[in-house]
Ligand binder design. Structure first.
Ligand code: CA
Length: 243
């Protein structure tokens, strides 16, 4: 078995994962499972313990339970996201309400898993995320669509020259649609390219991300703005086009 290595440090070392979970059974299961799959996990049972650990050593991934004994997991996500922009944050949640998923993503998480989940699903999700970061792509000219500019190389989106803050997946979704502007892109393609090619689960995460993307672009627009629309193609996918 190959050991998963952190690629972006220039040196090969196992991927460091901070597991934040107060449930003994789940925590031990995660810790053992990650260890036996070549990762280097560190297990913290509290939010404050996790924050302390994160200042001591560099982690690549944060696996974060939301219901912690001492503080809200969302606050842990916010603090660590602000401190470590490159940290991959996966939320582990028993909360299945959309509002909690959205709050988690807004707090800076990259993805979430709803409990109970299997270790193999978690490992597959980790592999998919780690494969994609850092996103290696040749320099590309920024894509201009009316007042919207998508600069894939710089990972920047702007409207009227003003940066629009997008979550990582929102940006990747927009970038993919912008690269195919005027053409239909299927939900399957979006799920495969932006998430994992082996995704057989719910595509609700696509809908949640699309809602967020539309909202942020809408918020950035002025009445006079000429922005492309993201048209929903029922039963197929989406098309980004300048009306
Ligand atoms: Ca818990």
């Amino acid at each position: 078995m190959r050991t998963p290595m952190a690629a972006n440090s220039g040196q090969s070392r196992p991927v460091q994962i901070l597991v934040v979970e107060d449930d003994e059974t789940i925590g031990r299961h995660l810790n053992t499972g990650l260890l036996s799959n070549g990762y280097a996990p560190s297990w913290s049972r509290t939010g404050s313990g996790a924050l302390a650990e994160a200042t001591q050593s560099a982690f690549d991934v944060l696996l974060l339970d939301l219901g912690l004994p001492d503080m809200d997991g969302l606050d842990v996500a916010r603090v660590l996201r602000a401190r470590f922009p490159d940290l991959l944050i996966l939320i582990l949640t028993a909360r299945t309400e959309d509002i909690d998923v959205i709050a988690g993503l807004d707090a800076g998480a990259d993805d979430y898993l709803v409990k109970p989940f299997s270790l193999s699903v978690l490992l597959a999700r980790l592999r998919a995320h780690l494969r994609r970061r850092p996103i290696a792509s040749p320099a590309q000219e920024p894509i201009r669509l009316g007042d919207l500019v998508v600069d894939i190389t710089a990972r920047r989106c702007s409207v009227h020259g003003r940066d629009v803050e997008l979550r990582p997946k929102e940006f990747e979704l927009l970038a993919l649609l912008a690269r195919h502007a005027g053409k239909a892109v299927s939900r399957e393609t979006l799920m495969a390219e932006v998430w994992d090619e082996n995704w057989f689960g719910s595509t609700k995460t696509l809908d949640v991300t699309m809602t967020g993307l539309r909202r942020r672009l809408g918020d950035a627009a002025a009445p006079s703005s000429r922005l492309p629309d993201i048209t929903t193609l029922r039963g197929h996918g989406y098309r980004l086009e300048l009306g």
